[in-house]
Design a protein around this ligand. Structure first.
Ligand code: XMP
Length: 515
């Protein structure tokens, strides 16, 4: 992005924690980007970094083909912080030695430090840290000094002051290192001299200026879903180019209760955005009739969405750009040195496929942001909490939660049950603690007794999970009285449900959605 401050580069050696390191740096209000370990030196230089962090990684420096940086990275003249595998690279490449340690260290350890360089300023003389390594430095590279040690690791924190290289064997980015954020903040502020100028206020200003410059007098089309990403993207573009933006909102009949109304009220009435509302419920439900196979449902929903959207776009006349709410984790995934996800578990449908067929240029104003930053930007732009803090909702919507054959009646049943579940979660003050809560309507019927009468009706399953990023998830431990209220209300208020289950499967082995 134009005018962005110089970044801290996180050089990624395949660590599961690289994204977390970049996020922690940004939480110190410093801009950071992730770059694959094998990026050519020129591309690193072109980013003009103020400092570099070598991430950890699963490899051993001695393994054949283990990831190595261009050695000239040490000559860039900027401070470097090596974490775990990253600090072992210092020893391996700068004249020390790394060996498999007799005592591997996983979990909590206690760091004793006597640092005077400022790197560990504000950190207790003895502090808890998180270790996860098999190899360790056995001979220090020349010129380095030890500034911290743990019981099993004599070289847990090291420094070479003249060139400002710092290394830690533990992981400052994880929550189990309670003073880790302080250490990363010291590195970026004290050692690298970064100003705390990465804020969502400054991001919004720069993004608006950038969009204005890029779009000029041209026209932008945005498929608005009402989710936080497309909402924030639309708001930014609207602030930048006003009525040159047209948003299209497709009601596919698979939305949550009140969702279509909320989106129209917020964007058209509050923010005066040119919003075209397309009621395509009938068309989607007709196309989905009789289809039970999850992937087949997804494909139909994706295809019909593109058809409906393209028809509307044709009616609107010429557009130049298509806005998308692509986020930084998607960008990192697509350029990752270690490759993206190897197996497609579910074919995710968003607005993929549109740009190729419509020959529009992509406008992706959120490419730099992590999810929590998108929410902060949304707040900054005045979006209501209902949108900013909404739980994630899949593109195919209730289509993948209405298990078995989809009918309008079953969708209405599911929508009502879902609304009760969310309402009770909000009333109990638990909405913010839960990553995602949803109801699935199952393809089984059960016998019940309601008002002295035998019933034979539908069964639904509640699902609520906690998660950091949807890659893994744990089921949420509700107080039993909340579950009881939800079950009572669903059986009493929703016409065709007579039995309510609670799903206690984590991910893995389950996925968050049922289909
Ligand atoms: P799973 O079910 O794979 O879901 O554990 C992980 C996260 O992704 C969401 N999800 C989707 N989002 N299009 C989307 O935009 C999709 O097709 C889709 N399928 C799943 C899901 O709700 C959860 O947050």
């Amino acid at each position: 992005m134009q005018g962005m401050g110089k970044p801290i580069i996180v050089l990624d050696f395949g660590a599961q924690y690289s994204k977390l390191i970049a996020r922690r740096v940004r939480e110190s209000n410093v801009y950071s980007v992730i770059v694959p370990f094998n990026a050519p030196l020129d591309s690193i230089r072109a980013l003009d970094p103020v400092g570099i962090i070598f991430s950890g990684g699963p490899a051993s420096v001695h393994a054949a083909g283990s990831p190595m940086p261009d050695p000239k990275v040490f000559e860039l003249g900027v401070p470097i912080l090596g974490i775990c595998y990253g600090v072992q690279l210092f020893a391996h490449l700068l004249g020390g030695k790394v060996e498999r340690s007799d005592r591997r260290e996983y979990g909590i350890a206690h760091l004793e430090n006597d640092d005077t360089s400022g790197f560990l300023a504000g950190v207790d003389a003895r502090t808890q840290v998180w270790m996860s390594h098999g190899d360790a430095i056995s001979i220090m590279p020349p010129g380095f000094q030890v500034i911290g040690r743990t019981e099993n690791c004599p070289y847990a924190a090291i420094v070479k002051p003249d060139v400002r290289f710092y290394g830690v064997q533990f992981h400052p980015e994880v929550v189990h290192t309670p003073q880790g954020s302080q250490i990363l903040s010291n590195f970026v502020h004290t050692i690298c001299g970064c100003a705390p100028d990465w804020t969502m206020g400054s991001f919004v200003e720069r993004a608006i200026a950038d969009i204005r410059k890029r779009v000029g007098g041209k026209r932008v089309l945005c498929a608005l879903s009402g989710g936080v990403d497309s909402s924030v993207a639309a708001m930014l573009i609207h602030r930048a180019v006003g009525d040159q933006l047209t948003c299209v909102f497709v009601n596919n009949g698979l939305l949550r209760k009140g969702e279509a109304e909320l989106v129209q009220q917020v964007f058209r009435e509050n923010f005066h955005i040119d919003l075209r509302y397309i009621d395509a419920e009938r068309r989607f439900v007709t196309e989905l009739a009789g289809i039970e196979e999850p992937e087949a449902k997804r494909k139909i929903i994706g295809r019909v969405f593109i058809e409906v959207f393209e028809e509307e776009a044709a009616r609107l006349g010429h557009n130049d750009f298509l806005a998308q709410g692509t986020l930084y984790p998607d960008v990192i995934e697509s350029m990752s040195a270690t490759g993206g996800p190897s197996a497609i578990i579910k074919s995710h449908h968003n607005v993929g496929g549109l740009p190729e067929t419509m020959q529009l240029e992509l406008l992706e104003p959120l490419r730099e942001l992590f999810k929590d930053e998108v929410r902060a930007a949304g707040k900054e732009l005045g979006l209501p909490d209902d949108i900013v803090w909404r739980h994630p909702f899949p593109g195919p919507g209730l289509g993948v939660r209405c298990i078995g054959a989809i009918t309008k009646e079953r969708l209405d049943t599911l929508r009502d049950a879902d609304a009760i579940f969310i309402d009770e979660i909000k009333k109990a003050g638990l909405y913010g603690e839960i990553w995602q809560a949803l109801v699935c309507l199952l393809p089984v019927k059960s016998v019940g007794v309601q008002g002295d009468e035998r019933t034979y009706e539908e069964v639904c399953s509640l699902r609520a999970v906690t998660s950091e990023d949807a890659m893994t998830a744990d089921w949420y431990r509700f107080p039993p009285d909340v579950l009881q209220r939800v079950a009572n209300r669903i059986c009493n208020e929703v016409k065709h449900i007579n039995r309510v289950l609670y799903d206690v499967t984590s991910k893995p082995p389950g996925t968050i959605e049922w289909e």
